[in-house]
Ligand binder design. Structure first.
Ligand SMILES: *[C@@H]1O[C@H](CO)[C@@H](O)[C@H](O)[C@H]1NC(C)=O
Ligand SMILES: *[C@@H]1O[C@H](CO)[C@@H](O)[C@H](O)[C@H]1NC(C)=O
Ligand SMILES: *[C@@H]1O[C@H](CO)[C@@H](O)[C@H](O)[C@H]1NC(C)=O
Length: 248
């Protein structure tokens, strides 16, 4: 138990040390790839400063003729070709090099990088029990992913312990359990929608949510739930797959 705690503290300090973070409003999250074969090899996000950096992805053909990806933060100057000449000779194997800054994780779509296990979801993974990054005190601090099993979907939970600030946990959960959970969550929301019943005030203390799209468990459990409820009400949420559907 003690060892676990020490480990968790160690990891936290490590994370704080490695990511000297820019102010929240300037944070841009970019997929971090290091000689990756597919997107599934890139299980972390880098936190970049959007005033000076963008996300990049580049595809490299190695001496052994295999294709590898590198990605993360890159200075806007370099993205605009600023240092391309200087590195041109050494990086002769680069067949694609692209940058983007319009959204978090936007570089996961650059240079044709693919996710190979399409059967399962890639989910944010910050949980004291199992993951390398523990629960976080701010949703945006969770920057680790995992590939869930094929009978699982993404999950998020707000945890309240008396006398402590809220913690946010992320990971995978069994799809069957999740379907039951989401039916219940939406029923409660229907019930409490324009209702000031005592039980409805109370219901806002706890939060558990599931969703079936890759990366869908990003953020505060309550905002995720509200977003999914709106999709559900507009007929754009499939209660079997727990995925977003788009209807014309
Ligand atoms: C950085 O992000 C903030 C918040 O999303 C946005 O308001 C700002 O315009 C961005 N700055 C640049 C240079 O893209
Ligand atoms: C709740 O609001 C919906 C519209 O948002 C309305 O159709 C419904 O009648 C309202 N229910 C109650 C109990 O006020
Ligand atoms: C939900 O998705 C399943 C599996 O893709 C599909 O069979 C079903 O028709 C969908 N349901 C709705 C209501 O779109």
């Amino acid at each position: 138990m003690n060892t676990c705690k020490e480990l968790a503290i160690g990891i936290t300090l490590f994370l704080i040390g490695v990511f000297a973070q820019p102010l929240d409003q300037y944070q841009l999250r970019c997929r971090l790839c290091n000689n990756a074969r597919t997107l599934s090899d890139c299980m972390k996000l880098a936190i970049c400063d959007n005033r000076t950096e963008e996300c990049y992805m580049e595809q490299v053909i190695t001496d052994a003729f295999t294709s590898q990806y590198r990605g993360g933060c890159r200075s806007i100057t370099q993205c605009n070709g600023g240092t391309a000449v200087a590195t041109g000779k050494r990086d002769a194997g680069i067949v694609c090099s692209q940058c983007c800054g319009y959204a978090n994780d936007c570089n996961s779509r650059l240079c044709g990088i693919r996710q190979d296990n399409l059967a399962s979801s890639l989910c944010y993974f910050c949980d004291d029990m199992k993951s390398t990054q523990g629960s976080v005190s701010r949703p945006e601090d969770c920057i680790t992913f995992t590939a869930c099993d094929s009978d699982q979907v993404c999950f998020a939970r707000n945890e309240y312990s008396p006398g402590s600030p809220v913690t946010f946990s992320y990971g995978c959960q069994n799809t069957f359990i999740c379907k039951l959970l989401m039916r219940r969550v939406f029923e409660d929301m229907d019930h409490c929608h324009n209702n000031t019943l005592h039980e409805c005030q109370h219901a806002s203390v706890l939060c558990n949510v599931c969703c079936g799209d890759s990366g869908c468990n990003y953020g505060d459990c309550k905002s995720i739930t509200e977003r999914l409820y709106r999709l559900h009400k507009s007929g754009n949420f499939n209660m079997t797959t727990l995925q977003t559907t788009s209807r014309p």
